[in-house]
Structures are given as structure tokens and as C-alpha cells.
Design a protein around this ligand. Structure first.
Ligand code: SAM
Length: 430
């Protein structure tokens, strides 16, 4: 096994897709939060720091042939797979740069409208984190969006002892990282079997979830030397030093009104809280959040009331293949199941089933009758559950790269279906 800067580099990270990192999703979330955002059509630029095997960039590049994409990673094997996929799919608007973040921050001369970083921040050394922020500070355009995923308290606090043990095991065992991860997991399970976690149901739940994951995934997640969750407020202050402001969560559930997104007993307390940092911390505690997908902006410009209304009216939405034909819908949320009433969701789903609809058209449905808040809450619940999605407003310049990428996914047994007219993909059901 080898560690590069304390991060493992002897095994490929599995292919994962996250809709929350895609440019149309990010610009939509900024718009729904009341801010102008770079357009996610035509000729924007996007950089992913720590792109792994490149799945998220490949999807974006195939769906947005007029834009330019850059992926950075220090694992050459990851980039070999990413470049192979781009070549096989005829995707020519993505480049993969072999560098660590410090080297890239030093050498990069490009500017970006979007910078994304998923599954990286909480796993790297402080000097690499500083390099990420240096790069973002220098390389993000004015008004540009920065997506940062990280592990947070209080939901991940318990995992620190598991991670420490798995990392320690790995340092004292020969062999490849997935094997070390399996041996470490077995030790944790033997400890659990002895009954010592009997009064810690959260730890038992974490262990049961970890046991379902592939050894390669566990190795990347837990064997690093630098695993540490943060409080969101501390992270926001750190990013603020780079000149960026926190806008919203790219996980849209977190942006919903507390009446939907916070357990009932806490709603009143959070509503009374005037200090945003305190309210955000209380929300993480109320949801026992273990990770966050935060969206930051350089020099954010709030939309005024009229511009916000016009912006929402212009947005387009489509149904995704997993959507039901009518309500009620059970939404699986971090605070448990929520039922979306039939009276709201049946007319909304029926309209979307006829084809893409603008915000203006949806607002005119009798069930919403111009109530923007009710419409946006309903749409965001559907977006969260991959039932509806913002749609690309402008006709995408057609090529065959989307179909060829879909074919490459099939050939490599990667369960991801392309949704070209939403500029995204969905994780296929087994
Ligand atoms: C867990 S993977 C995440 C991959 C991808 N972002 C995703 O979410 O699917 C973390 C990636 O960051 C890369 N990485 C870790 N530390 C790095 C560093 N200091 N410089 C460049 N890449 C790094 C690893 O090689 C790995 O590909």
C-alpha cells in the first residue's frame, strides 16, 4: 500500500455520481436561494478538484459540449480511466491534469465559473486544504460558485474512533489497501460482537452501513491519515478567508423551510434564532448531520424581488424516469419519512408528465395559484428524491458523445443512466 500526502494511492476509487455537483443543479440552487449565478449553458468553465475516475466531469462534459471542464487528481491510475472514457466517448471538452492541489494552485492559469470538490476536503492534510482555498480564491471568477462536500459534526463525530482504528491497523499490516480495510472492519465487527458498543446504537448503525460498502470505498474513506469532520460554522469561516460567502446547501432538503426539514420539537427554537451561524449549527444538531454539500459564491449578488420572480418564472423543470404518476409521495429525508400530499403532488406530477414546464406554467396550476414558496418547496422535494430536475432551457448542441458515454458506462458495468435534457444522469436502479 502507498500513501501520497497521507492519502491512499494503491487502489482505484469506485465510480460514483452526484447530481448535486452538476453545473445546472448548482446554478439552479443559487437561483432558488435568491442569487445570480453563472449560466449553466453555452461556454462556462468548471474545475473539479480531486476528480477520481472522472464520472461527474464526464457526465457534465458530455451534456454541455460548449463548456470547458478540468479535472485535477494526483492518482495517475484514476486519470488513465477518466481519459480512456473521454476518448472512447468522443468527449473533447474535458482535460485531466495530474497534480496535487499545491502544485495545481501554483501552476494553474485558468479561471472557472464553477469549482467543485467532493469526497476530498475532510480527508487531506491542512496544507492541501490551504492549497484548495488558494486555488479557489485565485481561480474562481467573480460571481462563480464553489461546491464543497465535507464530513461534519455531530453525525460524524462518533466515526472518528472507527477511522482512527482502521488507519492504525492499515499502518501496521502488509498488503493492499482493500485487504487492510477488510481486516480492520473484521476487527471492528469482533469488537461489536463482544458487546462493547451495546449501549451505542449510533455506532452499531454506522458499522452496519460500513459493512455494506465495497472494500475499495472503505479504504479511500477511512485509511487516510487526515480524516476529520468539522463544524459547519468553522468551515464557513475558513472559506470566508478565501473571499467566498456561504449561499446555501447543494443538498436542497437542507434549504427547505424548518416546518419540513427540522424535527417538530426544534422548529420553534430555530425560528427564534436570529444569529445565522447559530441557527445553522442547531439545524445540523437537529438532523444529526454527518456530511454537508455546501455552496459558496465569490461576490454574491442577491436578486431583487422582481428579478427573483422573473428568474423562477423562466426556469424549466422536467420529470425524471423514477417519478411516480401521482401522489401521495413518501420522501425519505434525513429526519425520517415525509408524506407529500396527493392534493399537491398529483397535479404537479401530471403537468410535468406532459413535458417540460416553466416556473410560470407551474405557478399557474390551481393548486399553487401563484404561491411561489409552495411550488419551490414541492419541486425541491421532487429534486431531492431524483423525481424531477431543472431542465436545460436552450437546445443542446447535439453530438453522439452522450450516447457513447452511456455505452462506456454499460461496458464498464457502471450503473448510471444519462439524462441529457437535464444536463445530468441518474444512478440506475439495480
Ligand atoms: C474519495 S475520492 C473522490 C473522487 C470524486 N470527487 C468523487 O466524489 O467521486 C478522492 C480523490 O481525491 C484525490 N486526492 C486526494 N488528495 C489529493 C491531493 N492532495 N491532490 C490531488 N488529488 C488528491 C484522490 O486521488 C481521489 O481520487
Amino acid at each position: 500500500m502507498s500513501w501520497t500526502g497521507g492519502y491512499i494511492s494503491d487502489v482505484r476509487y469506485p465510480a460514483f455520481f452526484y447530481k448535486e455537483m452538476q453545473p445546472l443543479w448548482l446554478s439552479t440552487v443559487a437561483g432558488l436561494s435568491g442569487f445570480t449565478a453563472p449560466r449553466a449553458n453555452a461556454d462556462f468553465t468548471l474545475c473539479e478538484l480531486g476528480c477520481g475516475v472522472g464520472i461527474n466531469l464526464l457526465v457534465a462534459a458530455a451534456c454541455h459540449p460548449g463548456a470547458h471542464f478540468v479535472g485535477v487528481d494526483f492518482n495517475a491510475d484514476h486519470l488513465t480511466m477518466a481519459r480512456d472514457a473521454a476518448r472512447s466517448s468522443g468527449i473533447s471538452n474535458v482535460e485531466f491534469i495530474h497534480a496535487d492541489f499545491a502544485g495545481f494552485a501554483r501552476d494553474n492559469r485558468q479561471n472557472f465559473d464553477y469549482i467543485t470538490c467532493h469526497g476530498v476536503w475532510s480527508w487531506i492534510a491542512a496544507e492541501q486544504q490551504a492549497a484548495v482555498l488558494d486555488m479557489v480564491s485565485a481561480g474562481l471568477n467573480q460571481n462563480g460558485l464553489f461546491y464543497l462536500h465535507y464530513m461534519c459534526h455531530p453525525g460524524s463525530t462518533d466515526l472518528m474512533s472507527f477511522q482512527h482504528l482502521l488507519n492504525l491497523c492499515a499502518h501496521h499490516m502488509p498488503g493492499p489497501s482493500p485487504r487492510k480495510a477488510q481486516v480492520g472492519m473484521k476487527l471492528l465487527q469482533q469488537m461489536a460482537g463482544s458487546g462493547i458498543f451495546a449501549d451505542r446504537p449510533d455506532l452499531m448503525r454506522h458499522l452496519a452501513n460500513m459493512a455494506k460498502r465495497q472494500p475499495e470505498d472503505i479504504a479511500h474513506e477511512f485509511l487516510t491519515d487526515h480524516w476529520r469532520p468539522q463544524h459547519c460554522v468553522d468551515l464557513h469561516q475558513q472559506v470566508a478567508q478565501a473571499g467566498l460567502r456561504y449561499l446555501a446547501s447543494a443538498d436542497v432538503f437542507n434549504n427547505l423551510d424548518p416546518s419540513l426539514s427540522i424535527p417538530g420539537r426544534m422548529q420553534g427554537l430555530i425560528r427564534q434564532t436570529q444569529i445565522p451561524a447559530l441557527a445553522e449549527t442547531m439545524k445540523d444538531m437537529a438532523r444529526n448531520a454527518h456530511q454537508r454539500m455546501d455552496l459558496f459564491q465569490k461576490e454574491p449578488t442577491p436578486l431583487n424581488r422582481d428579478h427573483f420572480a422573473a428568474h423562477i418564472a423562466r426556469m424549466q423543470f422536467r420529470l425524471l424516469p423514477n417519478a411516480p404518476s401521482h401522489g401521495p409521495i413518501q420522501f425519505d429525508t434525513p429526519i425520517g419519512p415525509i408524506t407529500g400530499p396527493e392534493a399537491i403532488f398529483t397535479p404537479l406530477l401530471q403537468r410535468l408528465a406532459q413535458g417540460p414546464a416553466s416556473g410560470a406554467e407551474l405557478l399557474a396550476l390551481p393548486v399553487f395559484a401563484g404561491d411561489v414558496v409552495a411550488l419551490l418547496q414541492s419541486l425541491q422535494l421532487l429534486m431531492m428524491q431524483a423525481m424531477a430536475h431543472p431542465a436545460t432551457a436552450d437546445a443542446v448542441m447535439k453530438g453522439d458523445q452522450v450516447e457513447r458515454l452511456a455505452q462506456w458506462f454499460r461496458q464498464n458495468a457502471i450503473q448510471i443512466d444519462m439524462i441529457e435534457n437535464c444536463g445530468t444522469a441518474v444512478v440506475a436502479r439495480p
